[in-house]
Design a protein around this ligand. Structure first.
Ligand code: HEC
Ligand code: HEC
Ligand code: HEC
Ligand code: HEC
Length: 345
């Protein structure tokens, strides 16, 4: 089979291989020695590069220089004990989310903001494999080989989406409670935030349409929306577990707890109801049950256990759902996109 669609049952099976072969790329696991830089993608992905260059991700490396954010950046840096504003671009405390770093030999340097590889994984070992239609005839083989070589492939929504949450939901309470950094991107929702300025969708079933950055299929939006909500819950619980300081004066745990509570008490039950209550996918009901049984104010180990159990269910949800059966959530997916999708001239 050479063509390829999100509804392909073979890919649902591939999801299984994805999930077990590569674990999610936590922020600090973008190995700088595997980074080759966005320019290397340009020859074959001109339009993706164009869209990325005008997005805020490409400019996140100027957080300390941009007049709009430099004061705040300096304030955070000072409170965090950095020696100078320039250290923002070198200290891992900030680079892991705002920058892409590359290591060549013994030299480790920042090469830009949030980049292709921040989301798709360091490409050194997969760049030659993933698009080589001459040597590897089948698209599915190309996907499998590139994933084995460390690619975070968007066909596995969980893998690519997990990254968004590693950066958009913070894990280090000092950065928030002491540094005054936002605990999370307010209102972050996967479907609307990935389909606005972040969207770069130039293929349909392996056919490239260079003139149009198309909308992704509705079924895929449903998967994004639902997976995003589940990942939001998982990451909020992990945040909660990572925070030690309790009380109103400490915004970190407050923000994590509030978000987890909103998902458990209202948003996830609403999704389950729209998907038919008892008839809703088993993983969703299971996740709600796990979350409800987890004492959010309990010790870290308890909350981490809840998050781990939820993660296992999210992966299964990804394998078992291609979005075709999730039409019930259509009315819940926000229609207001975050930023404007780029269109080639
Ligand atoms: C030599 C050309 C070439 C280069 C360089 C290249 N790509 Fe690709 N890429 C392709 C082709 C061709 C496809 C379509 C793959 C297919 O149909 O199997 C593709 C597909 C993809 C996909 C979609 C996933 C998939 O398997 O269909 C992603 C993500 C991607 N490339 C990312 C990148 C990134 C990031 C870089 C730079 C680090 C890059 N590519 C560099 C040719 C290339
Ligand atoms: C490596 C960390 C990182 C990853 C991974 C990441 N982001 Fe971001 N994102 C940021 C940072 C940092 C900013 C703020 C950039 C700035 O304003 O300088 C940002 C900004 C954005 C913005 C624009 C800001 C706004 O408030 O409207 C959107 C939209 C966005 N991200 C969506 C996503 C989505 C969707 C994903 C996953 C597909 C994702 N991001 C993955 C770090 C990341
Ligand atoms: C866990 C990932 C993460 C880390 C670590 C991180 N940031 Fe951020 N930062 C973000 C994201 C995501 C945003 C965009 C927030 C939003 O959407 O509102 C952001 C926004 C900002 C802003 C704009 C805030 C505003 O109110 O507009 C500044 C300034 C900033 N970061 C500075 C820093 C500095 C300095 C460090 C290191 C001490 C740092 N960040 C570490 C993810 C991170
Ligand atoms: C913020 C995270 C993020 C960044 C940065 C990013 N991607 Fe993606 N990419 C995704 C997500 C999520 C998808 C799946 C959504 C989709 O297909 O529209 C995707 C899909 C793709 C695809 C397949 C699209 C299709 O038409 O099926 C290609 C090719 C790709 N990315 C290449 C790149 C290249 C090249 C860059 C750098 C210029 C890049 N990406 C930067 C998150 C990102």
């Amino acid at each position: 089979m050479n063509t390829f669609s999100l509804q392909s049952p073979a890919l649902v099976l591939l999801g299984l291989a994805f999930a077990t072969s590569v674990c999610g790329q936590a922020i600090s696991t973008l190995h700088p020695e595997r980074v080759i830089g966005a320019e290397r993608c340009e020859k074959c992905h001109t339009q993706e590069l164009q869209s990325w260059r005008v997005s805020q991700h490409a400019r996140s490396d100027s957080i300390h220089r941009d007049p709009k954010t430099s004061l705040k950046a300096k304030e955070i840096a000072t409170k965090m004990g950095l020696r100078s504003v320039n250290e923002i671009a070198t200290n891992q405390l900030c680079t892991e989310c705002h920058f892409t770093r590359q290591q060549t030999g013994n030299v480790l340097k920042v090469i830009g903001g949030v980049s292709c590889e921040s989301c798709h994984g360091g490409a050194k070992d997969w760049v030659d494999v993933h698009g080589d239609k001459e040597k590897i005839a089948s698209h599915e083989d190309r996907i499998l080989k590139s994933i084995a070589a460390g690619m975070l492939n968007p066909r596995n929504t969980y893998q690519v989406a997990e990254n968004c949450f590693s950066c958009h939901v913070a894990r280090d309470e000092k950065l928030i409670n002491v540094g005054g950094h936002p605990a999370r991107s307010e209102g972050f929702e996967l479907a609307s935030w990935s389909q606005g300025e972040v969207r770069h969708h130039f293929y349909t079933n392996s056919v490239r349409h260079e003139k149009e950055n198309k909308e992704v299929p509705q079924a895929f939006k449903r998967v994004l929306f639902t997976t995003g909500l589940l990942l939001d819950l998982e990451h909020s619980l992990r945040g909660l577990a990572a925070g030690v300081q309790k009380g109103n004066q400490f915004p970190f745990r407050q923000a994590m707890g509030r978000r987890a509570f909103a998902i458990i008490s209202a948003e996830l039950p609403a999704v389950i109801e729209k998907l038919g209550g008892d008839a809703a996918p088993a993983e969703l009901k299971q996740i709600l049950a796990i979350a409800k049984a987890t004492n959010l104010g309990g010790d870290a180990a308890t909350v981490i256990k809840g998050a781990d159990d939820i993660k296992a269910q999210i992966e299964m949800f990804g394998q078992n759902n291609d979005g075709s059966g999730l039409a019930g959530v259509d009315g819940l997916i926000p229609t207001k996109l975050r930023g404007t999708p780029f269109q080639p001239k």
